[in-house]
Write a protein that binds this ligand. Structure first.
Ligand code: ADE
Length: 228
């Protein structure tokens, strides 16, 4: 999968894909991430990419021309399955969207800044608008990093069996159960005995019960009647 990210602050994305699982995914050739500087596509003086909002009001608006120059240039080499604009007024990102997007070949993510981007670009080029939560960030870059991580780890071959995404929270609509590792006892705090029993059926049942309990306690909104 290839993910291109268009940004006015590309340096913000130097690190998120350079470590751990995203690094391995790139090294294995399963994920390609390119961060593209929008300022390379402006024809305005001093690499300007934003201007005052028509009608007045505080804050600058990202201009349509640099965005269109950039996307049309990138589209010469790549057909994008989705052009995603990261914005607090988009649909809220969740695991099911990550699953869907992990099946695509090419994604373009557009990071907004200032007061937003010219609506005409949203109307004519963006295919999906996504928010990572109900709060406002200074730009879309951290949102794009969240999406790339959540999507990238679902690409077949990125995770091995031990880190398999199938047992993650949300993957079956429930939160993940508690986990323990050595030592068996620490300061008198012991590990639930069932986990040491070697009985896989019992362990699986226990984990499912714990998932239900945890979800009911922390996120009752995720439960529906047929899960109980
Ligand atoms: N840009 C600013 N705030 C954002 C958010 N909550 N999600 C995605 N992109 C954003």
């Amino acid at each position: 999968m290839k993910i291109d990210i268009l940004s006015v602050v590309p340096g913000l994305l130097d690190s998120p894909f350079a470590h751990s699982i995203m690094k391995k995914a790139r090294e294995k050739g399963l994920l390609e991430v390119n961060v593209i500087n929008l300022r390379d596509y402006t024809t305005y003086a001093r690499a300007q990419v934003d201007d005052y909002a028509f009608g007045g009001g505080a804050g600058m608006v990202m201009m349509i021309e640099p965005l269109v120059n950039a996307i049309e240039s990138l589209q010469k080499n790549t057909h994008y399955d989705e052009v995603i604009f990261l914005t607090p007024d988009g649909e809220t990102f969740n695991q099911s969207m990550a699953n869907q997007l992990s099946l695509k070949n090419n994604l373009l993510m557009i990071c907004g800044h200032y007061k937003g981007i010219d609506q005409r670009f949203r109307d004519h080029f963006v295919t999906r608008e996504i928010s990572i939560g109900d709060y406002v960030l200074s730009g879309g870059e951290l949102g794009a990093a969240v999406l790339v991580d959540a999507i990238g780890r679902l690409i077949p071959g990125v995770l091995n069996d031990e880190t398999s995404a199938l047992t993650d929270s949300f993957q079956d609509g429930l939160l993940a159960p508690p986990v323990y590792t050595r030592p068996e006892a620490f300061r008198g705090w012991t590990v639930p005995e069932v986990l040491l029993s070697g009985n896989h059926k019992l362990i699986e049942n226990w984990r499912h019960e714990q998932s239900l309990k945890r979800t009911a306690e922390k996120r009752p909104d995720l439960l529906n009647d047929d899960m109980l």
